[in-house]
Design a protein around this ligand. Sequence first.
Ligand code: AVJ
Length: 342
Amino acid sequence: MKPLTPAEPVAQTAIRIESHLREPEERSLADDVLDGLTRPFKELPPKHFYDARGAELFDRICELPEYYPTRAERAILDARAGELARLTAAGELVELGSGTAAKTRVLLDALHEAGTLVRYIPVDVTESMVRDCAEELTDEYPGLHVHGVIGDFERHLDRVPPAVEPRIVAFLGGTIGNFPPGSRRRVLREIARLLGPRDYLLMGTDLVKDPEVLEAAYDDAQGVTAEFNRNVLRVVNRELEAGFDPDDFDHVARFDREHEWIEMRLRARREHTTLVRALDLPVHFHAGEEMRTEISAKFTPERLERDLSASGLELVRWFTDPDKLFALTLSRLAPNPADDPR
Ligand code: AVJ
């Protein structure tokens, strides 16, 4: 990642959008399929769930009675937004994986009310979402500048413009849980590079709890999560001319107590071979073979603090909902011992 350039004044036009996608995105799916489907234990990374249909299914998941994280996080934000605005005095909000920016409005409202809000910087792979929310938010908040970055927060964080105001970098929804422990710390370290000494990371993380509650949240009665899971096969079919029949796979969601994460898998109902034409790759499944499609890590306060401090961050505040289902944490750069004159 290239070093951040010194602060430059915010542009005069209210909306500025930069795209850093196109071909590389397709490449990444091809690479992930080639890598993941030729391993002894097949695996696909969860980021490929989210085409238009996948995003829609995810929105439906957030409304399900079993899927508590969205509601719990929302409740914490509602209760704490004012406090967060006062504490951070942030002039800009950077949001990683901004989507429809539904929860963002709670934060923007609070910063607007505190009189500090200047700029919103959504970072998302879905161009239409960034454009639409830029239009809506500049209407809703007169004077607000929106600098949209269309890109993947695993690869394009160096495209986030340098801070001109104290900032909050928001990484909500528990998405950090989709990264296994090593990559999780790498992602956190990269995010930490967006922070200066007066800036904060606001992150949502799901908490360890009764496995039955967890498994129900990822295996709902209506089967929406099952369809979401199978959607990755439709993405591969369309993008890489593969011939998967989603009906050949069962949805599996299990809490792994040792790793404290939910694991989603697709289990082949019968032995079969499918050709991924764009890669000239035949993929064989034996009956009952499982392919991992997502991990969603659940945290304890201790483990989260260790991940943060191993990534150069220091926990400032810990907020949870009344049922302690979910946590929002505010952290900042840990003081660098080398800078300490003592
Ligand atoms: C959006 C990644 C936080 O892990 O809970 C929901 C995705 N997967 N149901 C999560 C998801 C299955 C979700 N995140």
